[in-house]
Design a protein around this ligand. Structure first.
Ligand code: ADP
Ligand code: MG
Length: 927
C-alpha cells in the first residue's frame, strides 16, 4: 500500500512532504494489533493517560502515533470504517498546522478526527470549522461515536442557539461549527459586559474544512454586526429650535475675555473656540430646564433620570450653531453634511462628527437627520482565523492557491494522493462562438446522456444560469433537479442522489458541497427519505437494508455506463472551482468523466481571454455553428483564469493590508475591554488619568510668567473646570508653596477626592459604576471609530491622484485618530468620575441611555467577477444573516458637573435582555 503511494508521486515538493509522513504512518500501523486487542473501556482510560503524560511534559508529537492508532481502531469499531493510510497522512498534516489537499470523497471528515482528538488532549479546545450549519451538525453527529468511545466530548454551534447552549458547546473538548458562527461569537464576546457572558474560551487550534472556500472565496467581505440606534432624531430637532434662546456670557469689551473669578456672570454659556467646547453656567442650566419645561419636553427637574441627557443635546446644538461654520468646518452637498479637513481644506467624504454633533449640525442646516444603522463590530475571516495559535485546513482543491495560503496565512499545502488512482476522463473543453449555440449543445448533450441512463451533474456559475438552463431542459422534457445553495439540508438529500441512474442535477458550484455523490445513488439518504424524519430506528434499519440491496445492482449499472459525468457550462474565474466541480466525479477509483463547455461570449472569455483566444480560434478555422476542441485552447483558457486568480489575490491582499490597521486597533481595544471587565480597582485608572490632566495644568503653571497669585488662580480655575476639583488649601497658601510641595499637595487632594467617593458608596459600587461608564464609552467611540476608518479609507483613495500612497496615508491617519480616541475615552471618563456624585449602583448595561434595537449579524458572499470596477457582475449569492437580542450601546451623554442618576430603560421583564445574552431580561440584567 505505502509503496503504491510512493510510486504515485507528482513532484519533488510533494515527494518530500510524503516521505516525511511515511515513517509516521508505519509507526501507527505497528501499534494496530495491540490496540485492536483493547476492550472498549480501555479507550477512555488511554485518553486519560495521554492527558497525564502531556501534563507531565511530553509533547503532542510524541503521543501522535498512539493517539492515531486509538482513533483508527475506534472508527473501525464504531463506524465500520478503517482509516486508510492516506487519511492518516492527512491527519498528520493537519496536526502540523498545514493545509492538506485530499480529493473529494477521500474521507476528510474522518481524516480530521485523529488530529482533533490529539489536539484536544491539551484541553484548550479544538474548533472544527465547516461551511454551513447542516455540515457542522452532520459531521459532529457522524463522528460522535468515535469521540465517545475515546472519552472526549463534542459540541456543535448552530446559528439559532442562545448563549447558554453556545457556552456549553464551547466548553466541550471539540466544537464543530461554521466560520460565521465562530467569527460572530468572537465579536459578540467582545461586546459583552462581564466575563461570565463570554462563550468562547480561546483560539488554540482550528481545523477548517473546505478551507479554500472560507479563506479565499468568502474572504472578500468581512463579518459585520450592526444595529440601529434608538431614534432620537426628534430630540435634535426640538433642541435645535430652542437653542437660539440661550445667551452667551458677555465678554469684557476691553480684553475680549469672559469675566473672571468672583465677578457675577450674566449669561447661559461660555465658548472655548480653540478646542471647540461649550460650558454652561448655573444660570444656563436653569434656563435650559425652563425651556424644556415650557416646551413640554420634560415634566420635572432637568437633573434627574433621563432628562439630564438633554444637556448633551444642548451642548451639541450650541457647538453646531456657535463653533462650527458652514463652508469653513463643513459643507453641505447633496443633502449631506461633509466635514472639511481643518489642515488641508479637503472634504472628508463620508466622515461623521461623533457623539451626536453631526446630527446637531444636520438639524441646524435643516436637512434630514440621519438615523443610522451602525456597525457595532466587524472582522474579516483572514484576521479571525489568524488568531488561532495553530490553524490547519483541508480541501479537495488548495494547490492552485498554495502561494496565497503561504503568503497570507503562512500555511503550507501538502497534497495527499488518493486512496485509489483517479480514472476519471477529463476531456478537453469544447468552445463555441456564441452562448446560444453553446446552450443548445449542452442541452443536446444532457438529453443524450439522460436517454442512455448515465447520471449527469451540470455545474453553473450562478443561480440565474442554472434557472435558464432548467427552463430549456423543461422545454425538452428532460427531468432534472436544480440546486442553488439555499437550503443546505434539502440540497444534501438531492445531491446525494446525483449519481443515481438517469439523474440530471443542475447546481451552482457551492451547492451541496460536502455531500458525497455515490454512484447508483445514496442508499442511506434514500432510506431516510423513504422512512421519513419521525421514523424509529427499527423502520429506518429495515428501509436501509432494502435500499442497500437495490443500490448494489444500481451501482454496477451506473459503473458500466461510465459513472458520473460532470458537465461544466462555463469556466469559473478560478481553476480551483472548476477542479472542485470535476472532483465530484471519479471518487474512490470510480469511473467518470468531465467536460467544460465554453463560448466566446462567456464573461471569462470576454473580459480576460482577450484577442489571444480569438486569434487562435480563427487560425484554426472556426466557423459558425461548429465547435472547436483543442488542447492549445485549454492552455489559453487556463492562462486567462490565472490572470483572474492573480487579480483576485491582489484584491484580497489589498483588503487585508487595510484591515491590518483595524485589526491591530481592534485587538488593542478588545484587550483593554477585557482588562476593564475584570479589574476590581478601576479607581486607580481614574486617579492616574486625573493626575495626567493635572500634570498638564501644572506644566502650564510652572512655565507661566504670571504673578504667584495669578498663576495659582489659573491653575485652580482649570482644575475646577476639568475635574471640579478644589483643594482644601486657600489660594494664598498654595501660592507660597514650592513647586514640589504644590505638586504633592494637589495630587494627594485628587486621590482623596476619589477615595472619599469610594468611602461614601463602597468600592464595589463605585467600581461597577466606572466599569459601566468605561465600557459604554469604549463601545460607542469604537463604533464611531469604525465609521471614521471606513470613511478614511474612501478618502485616501482619492489622494492616490495627488501622488500619495493611500495605504501609508491610511495607516498614519488611522493611528492618529485611534490615538485621539483613546485619549478622549480616558479623559472623558476621568472627568466624569471626578465630577459626578454617584448615588446608587448602576443596574448594568440595560441602563444605557440609548438602548439599541435588534442587532444584525451579517456576512454576504461575493459573486464571481464582482470585485473589480468595470467588470460584469454575474452572481451575487446568498447572504447569511441572523438576528439576536440587542447588544449595542448608543452614544453616551457628555459628562457635566451635576449629579447623575442612571436612567431606567424601557425593557419589559419578559423581553430578551439587551445585553444579548439571549436570556429574558428578568433573569439577566433585570435581576
Ligand atoms: P470528503 O470530505 O473528503 O469529500 P467525506 O468525509 O464526505 O469525504 O467521506 C466520503 C465517504 O467516504 C463517506 O461516505 C465516508 O463514509 C467514506 N469513507 C471515509 N473514510 C472511509 C474509510 N476509511 N473506509 C471506508 N469508507 C470511508
Ligand atoms: Mg468533506
Amino acid at each position: 500500500m505505502l509503496q503504491n503511494i510512493l510510486t504515485f508521486l507528482l513532484g519533488s515538493k510533494h515527494e518530500r512532504d510524503l516521505k516525511e509522513l511515511v515513517p509516521i504512518v508505519q509507526k501507527i500501523n505497528e501499534l494496530e494489533p495491540e490496540v485492536m486487542a483493547y476492550p472498549d473501556s480501555r479507550f477512555a482510560e488511554k485518553t486519560a493517560e495521554l492527558r497525564d503524560r502531556l501534563a507531565g511534559g511530553e509533547r503532542l508529537d510524541s503521543l501522535l502515533a498512539e493517539a492515531y492508532a486509538l482513533v483508527r481502531e475506534a472508527a473501525r469499531r464504531k463506524l465500520g470504517e478503517r482509516i486508510f493510510d492516506v487519511q492518516l497522512m492527512g491527519a498528520v498534516v493537519l496536526h502540523k498546522g498545514r493545509i492538506v489537499e485530499m480529493k473529494t470523497g477521500e474521507g476528510k471528515t474522518l481524516a480530521s478526527v485523529p488530529a482533533a482528538y490529539l489536539n484536544s488532549l491539551t484541553q484548550k479546545g479544538v474548533h472544527v470549522v465547516t461551511v454551513n450549519d447542516y455540515l457542522a451538525e452532520r459531521d459532529a453527529n457522524w463522528m460522535r461515536p468515535i469521540y465517545s468511545l475515546l472519552g472526549v466530548t463534542v459540541g456543535v454551534i448552530l446559528s439559532q442557539m442562545d448563549n447558554d447552549l453556545r457556552k456549553e458547546a464551547y466548553a466541550k473538548d471539540i466544537t464543530y461549527g461554521t466560520n460565521n458562527e465562530f467569527g460572530f461569537d468572537y465579536l459578540r464576546d467582545n461586546m459583552c459586559w462581564s466575563p461570565a457572558e463570554k462563550v468562547q474560551r480561546g483560539h488554540a487550534y482550528a481545523i477548517v474544512d473546505e478551507i479554500d472556500n472560507i479563506l479565499i472565496d468568502e474572504a472578500r467581505t468581512p463579518l459585520i454586526i450592526s444595529g440601529m440606534a434608538e431614534d432620537d432624531t426628534f430630540k435634535f430637532a426640538e433642541v435645535n429650535k430652542l437653542v437660539d434662546q440661550l445667551v452667551e456670557v458677555a465678554k469684557d469689551p476691553e480684553t475680549s475675555e469672559y469675566p473672571e473669578g468672583d465677578a457675577p456672570t450674566e449669561g447661559d454659556f461660555k465658548l472655548e473656540e480653540k478646542n471647540k467646547r461649550v460650558t454652561f453656567t448655573d444660570q444656563g442650566m436653569n434656563h435650559v430646564e425652563s425651556l424644556l419645561l415650557k416646551r413640554g419636553l420634560i415634566r420635572d427637574s432637568l437633573f434627574t433620570d433621563q432628562n439630564f441627557e438633554y444637556i448633551h443635546y444642548f451642548t451639541q446644538a450650541l457647538r453646531a450653531h456657535k463653533l462650527y461654520a458652514k463652508d469653513v468646518d463643513y459643507v453641505v452637498q447633496d443633502g449631506k453634511v461633509q466635514i472639511v479637513d481643518e489642515f488641508t481644506g479637503r472634504i472628508l467624504y463620508g466622515r461623521r462628527y461623533s457623539e451626536g454633533l453631526h446630527q446637531a449640525i444636520e438639524a441646524k442646516e435643516r436637512i434630514k437627520i440621519a438615523q443610522r444603522n451602525r456597525t457595532l463590530a466587524t472582522i474579516t475571516f483572514q484576521n479571525y482565523f489568524r488568531m488561532y495559535s495553530k490553524l490547519a485546513g483541508m480541501t479537495g482543491t488548495a494547490d492552485t492557491e498554495a502561494q496565497e495560503f503561504a503568503k497570507i496565512y503562512n500555511l503550507d499545502v501538502v497534497v495527499i494522493p488518493t486512496n485509489r488512482p483517479v480514472v476519471r476522463d477529463d476531456m478537453d473543453d469544447v468552445i463555441y462562438l456564441t452562448e446560444d449555440e453553446k446552450l443548445q449543445a449542452i442541452c443536446d448533450g444532457i438529453a443524450e446522456l439522460h436517454a442512455k441512463g448515465q447520471p449527469v451533474l451540470v455545474g453553473t456559475i450562478s443561480i440565474e444560469k442554472s434557472e435558464r438552463l432548467s427552463r430549456m431542459l423543461v422545454g425538452r422534457g428532460v427531468r432534472h433537479e436544480v440546486l442553488n445553495a439555499k437550503n443546505h439540508a434539502r440540497e444534501a438529500l438531492i445531491i446525494a442522489d446525483a449519481g443515481a441512474q438517469g439523474s440530471v442535477t443542475i447546481a451552482t458550484n457551492m451547492a451541496g458541497r460536502g455531500t458525497d455523490i455515490k454512484l447508483g445513488g445514496n442508499p442511506e439518504f434514500r432510506a431516510r427519505k423513504k422512512a421519513g424524519t419521525q421514523a424509529s430506528d427499527e423502520v429506518l434499519k429495515k428501509a436501509m437494508s432494502e435500499e442497500y440491496e437495490t443500490w448494489q445492482s444500481d451501482y454496477l449499472d451506473v459503473k458500466d455506463q461510465g459513472g458520473l459525468h460532470v458537465l461544466g457550462t462555463e469556466r469559473h474565474e478560478a481553476r480551483r472551482i472548476d477542479n472542485q466541480l470535476r472532483g465530484r466525479s471519479g471518487r474512490q477509483g470510480d469511473p467518470g468523466s468531465s467536460r467544460f463547455y465554453i463560448s466566446l461570449e462567456d464573461d471569462l472569455m470576454r473580459l480576460f481571454g482577450g484577442e489571444n483566444i480569438k486569434g487562435l480560434m480563427s487560425r484554426m478555422g472556426m466557423k459558425k455553428g461548429e465547435p472547436i476542441v483543442h488542447p492549445w485552447l485549454n492552455k489559453s483558457i487556463e492562462r486567462a483564469q490565472k490572470k483572474v486568480e492573480e487579480r483576485n489575490f491582489e484584491v484580497r491582499k489589498h483588503l487585508l493590508e487595510y484591515d491590518d490597521v483595524l485589526n491591530e486597533q481592534r485587538k488593542f481595544i478588545y484587550q483593554r475591554r477585557d482588562e476593564i471587565i475584570s479589574d476590581p480597582h478601576l479607581t486607580e485608572r481614574i486617579i492616574s488619568t486625573g493626575e495626567e490632566i493635572f500634570a498638564e495644568a501644572f506644566e502650564a503653571y510652572r512655565t507661566s510668567g504670571d504673578t504667584p497669585q495669578g498663576r495659582v488662580k489659573t491653575l485652580l480655575a482649570s482644575l475646577k473646570e476639568s475635574l471640579l476639583f478644589e483643594p482644601e488649601q486657600s489660594p494664598s497658601e498654595l501660592a507660597k508653596m514650592s513647586l514640589e510641595d504644590l505638586n504633592a499637595v494637589m495630587r494627594a487632594g485628587l486621590r482623596a477626592t476619589i477615595e472619599s467617593k469610594k468611602a461614601e458608596i463602597g468600592e464595589d459600587i463605585l467600581n461597577g459604576f466606572i466599569r459601566f461608564e468605561y465600557l459604554r464609552n469604549i463601545d460607542s467611540r469604537w463604533q464611531d471609530h469604525l465609521e471614521n476608518l471606513e470613511a478614511l479609507r474612501e478618502a485616501v483613495y482619492l489622494r492616490a491622484y495627488s501622488q500619495k500612497n493611500p495605504l501609508l496615508e491610511y495607516k498614519l491617519e488611522g493611528f492618529q485618530i485611534f490615538d485621539d480616541m483613546l485619549y478622549d475615552i480616558k479623559t472623558a471618563l476621568a472627568k466624569k468620575i471626578f465630577r459626578v456624585r454617584i448615588q446608587q449602583a448602576p443596574a448594568g448595561p440595560a441602563t444605557a441611555a440609548h438602548p439599541v434595537g435588534a442587532v444584525q449579524a451579517s456576512h454576504s458572499a461575493m459573486g464571481q467577477f464582482a470585485a473589480g470596477a468595470g467588470s460584469a457582475t454575474t452572481a451575487v449569492s446568498s447572504s447569511g444573516s441572523s438576528s439576536f437580542g440587542g447588544n449595542g450601546r448608543g452614544a453616551a451623554a457628555q459628562p457635566q458637573q451635576v449629579q447623575v442618576k442612571r436612567a431606567v430603560p424601557k425593557v419589559g421583564r419578559n423581553d430578551p435582555c439587551p445585553c444579548g445574552s439571549g436570556k429574558k431580561y428578568k433573569y439577566c440584567h433585570g435581576r
